[in-house]
Design a protein around this ligand. Structure first.
Ligand SMILES: [Zn+2]
Length: 428
């Protein structure tokens, strides 16, 4: 049965950046079948109706880089310098994680993402079979990457390929989940490992999700070992001969940018994590200026400390304005396209991130009857600089209504929060 959203303001994010006042969106199965202005009269069969009066529809937000189940470590080991934080707090705790932790952590993450308008996330974390189950049950679009890191890379690569064939094949045949290979970073893998992973992604036609040039320390390690930058190394190892999503890219030379451009690598801007870990400021304006695709990510909750893309969009823009000492940089329209259409491009979806006929029906309705949308001089500005995610009331993913008027249709939010607290008490 179809679903009609009527009387709604539509922020399409298409090539022309059309905004349709008092429009309609008609969804059939997982796709937008019709979209337009005024009254809808195109469907023959019966359909459900959502009255969108007083709401605006935007494409579901796309989180281009996260570690979803790290929600369990929200606020844990706060305030330490990066290496002490990892060595003394995060890594020892992660080594205790088993399937049940990942399951509960991913559930908490999915709730938080849906509630703040994120409908797709690009994940890099352990026990992805659990995240797969959660993403399907909660109906959140996900790109899953099992991290390949350190000495055990060969076994991990095999596991990643198994996960991929399970998802593509008979076991799951998932409509909303896919995988990428996720080599952790250039400094946690040997050159041979990077080379093999690059070749393997090519053979299997898989994308690659990797941390690149996140910190000054990383650059020094790579320089010492190879006398190259991280981008030069990944280029040489053949990683960039694939569709690559490079998280962070904080410390890039102009030559690195040329490599990213030539190899059509997408980069992910994680402003809050970069600020919180004092990693540095990536030169986003220059990346965009060169025509490189840049999307947004939150990174893991432990370095953010949430999965709210509205915060990410605002912080990301403010940081660039300050960095370049120029208030015209990274305006609302550009920022929202990075969190929607450019995110879809980075994750290699051809028909996502834009509200357009034939595109996947991942749609978020924001309540305009809020302080953040009053008055409404420039809707992009209201969305990026005023809204905080509490305006998200209805969320549709893959054509299915997951949340309506602020209520989850099937998910027991209270129980998940309770389970999470209980599990964390035992963990610590
Ligand atoms: Zn990360």
């Amino acid at each position: 049965m179809g679903l009609l959203i009527k009387n709604v303001t539509i922020v399409t994010m298409d090539e022309d950046m059309d905004i349709i006042d008092e429009g309609y969106i008609y969804i059939m199965e997982d796709k937008i079948q019709y979209i337009g202005k005024g009254e809808f009269s195109g469907a023959e069969e019966s359909y459900d109706i959502i009255d969108g009066k007083g709401y605006c529809a935007i494409p579901g937000l796309i989180n281009g880089h996260t570690h979803a189940a790290m929600t369990l470590l929200r606020g844990y080991g706060e305030g330490l310098p990066l290496m002490r934080w990892l060595n003394e707090k995060i890594w020892p705790m992660e080594s205790k994680f088993r399937e049940e932790h990942i399951s509960v952590g991913a559930k908490l993450a999915c709730l938080e993402m849906l509630r703040t308008g994120t409908t797709t996330f690009n994940d890099m974390y352990f026990f992805q079979d659990e995240v797969l189950k959660v993403a399907e049950e909660f109906n959140v679009r996900a790109v899953l990457g099992l991290p390949i890191i350190g000495e055990g890379w060969q076994e991990q690569l095999k596991a990643a390929l198994r996960l991929n064939s399970n998802i593509r094949g008979k076991v799951s045949n998932s409509k909303i989940v896919k995988t990428m290979l996720a080599p952790h970073s250039p400094y946690t893998l040997s050159y041979d490992a990077l080379k093999e992973i690059g070749a393997c992604a090519n053979d299997e036609n898989m994308g690659i999700h990797i941390h690149v040039s996140e910190t000054q320390d990383e650059l020094e390690i790579i320089k010492e070992k190879y006398n190259k930058t991280s981008c030069e190394l990944l280029y040489e190892a053949g990683i960039f001969d694939n569709r690559v999503v490079a998280a962070h890219c904080v410390h890039l030379t102009d030559g690195d940018m040329d490599i990213l451009k030539a190899k059509e690598v997408s980069t992910v801007y994680n402003p809050q994590s970069n600020m919180k870990l004092a990693s540095g400021v990536p030169r986003i304006v220059e990346l965009l200026g060169k025509g490189i695709n840049v999307c947004f990510g939150t990174d893991g909750t432990s370095s953010n400390n949430n999965l709210n893309m509205f915060e990410e969009m605002e912080t990301g823009s403010l940081l660039q304005k300050l960095w370049y000492k120029d208030p015209t940089k990274l305006d609302g329209k550009t920022v929202l396209s990075m969190a929607t259409a450019k995110g879809a491009k980075a994750l290699n979806y051809e028909n996502l991130g834009v509200l357009k006929e034939g595109y996947l029906a991942d749609i978020v309705l924001l309540n305009l009857n809020k302080y953040s949308f009053t008055p409404l001089h420039d809707i992009y500005s209201n969305i990026v600089f005023s809204a905080n995610g509490s305006e998200v009331e209805t969320v549709i993913v893959n054509g299915k209504v997951v949340m309506e008027k602020g209520e989850f249709k099937e998910l027991d939010e209270e129980k998940i929060l309770h389970d999470c607290n209980k599990l964390c008490q035992r963990l610590i």
